[in-house]
Ligand binder design. Sequence first.
Ligand SMILES: Cc1ncc(C[n+]2csc(CCOP(=O)(O)OP(=O)(O)O)c2C)c(N)n1
Length: 328
Amino acid sequence: MVSSIPKDSQSVSELKEFYRQMVLIRKFEEAAAKAYSVGKIGGFLHLYIGQEAVGVGSIAALTPKDYIVSTYRDHGHALARGLSPKPLMAELFGKGTGISKGNGGSMHFFDRNAHFMGGHGIVGGHISLAAGIAFASKFKKEDSVTICFFGEGAANIGSFHEGLNLAAIWKLPVVFICENNHYAMGTPEYRALAVKDVSVRAYAYDIARDHIEGDEVRKVRDHVQVAVERARRGEGPTLIEVSTYRFRGHSMSDPAKYRTKEELEAYKKKDPLMRARHELELGGIKTEELDKMDLEIQTQVDEAYQYAETSPEPPLSQLHKYVYSEDK
Ligand SMILES: Cc1ncc(C[n+]2csc(CCOP(=O)(O)OP(=O)(O)O)c2C)c(N)n1
């Protein structure tokens, strides 16, 4: 691991904030996994553990007026956007205090005020929705950029190509971020993907491209920032592939037998949290301070868990609400 040491106090405090967000995501998801295994969470639960630096670094390049469109693996993106862990955990528990009022669950976090436009369960379907959101903000002259996260499996879906084509033609302010964790459920990328690097598909639409390793949070932010600024200047979309790895199975029901222990251990050596922690220590932050931070975040997660557990179920009368738009 080649470490890049934060050079000044501003870089140290920035990295500290990124570390805090990444630890929050990890501890939030560890708590969620525990709740799932004792039956407190139903439906699906896809964990982001191992990929934290991608969401945190990318979202750090945005302003509050920018939009985020995510997949079913959306917990990390929502937390990096600054959404409170309490309504997010309550959503996992299907409670009425959840961010989507308990109607959506893990895959469907949504917060319009925070410009967090889901949480989507259909692989790749949301990529053309992101192009639509970018079109709307361009049309309304909002000066907002949309970023859209998806996996390498989604890059083989028709909606990926439709979304990129329209975004290119209309020079939409959108950044497509492919989080290549090398497996689509149990399918390794080489069995399903015709290219070795998804970002080369940008050539087919004559748009900008980039490729980054996803274990260094500040590097991810720097690269995504270039693309976000390009989009904001009206110069159109970028397709970025970020190479990353999920440490857990595809979802909680997947024991991940299709990959070797050795492969997993090799990627764990590139854990983005470990890297950030190491760089902070090299930048002069004491281990005790980082341990204290970890403990404070654990308390925040424990409180979110408690909030979710003790929150009421949504009322039965809500069952058909929020399904179709209603007269105001
Ligand atoms: C259109 C569609 N086909 C299949 C599925 C089932 N499915 C859910 S996740 C997934 C794998 C997607 O992998 P990838 O896009 O690489 O994202 P990752 O899960 O690795 O983050 C599949 C096939 C689905 N939800 N939607």
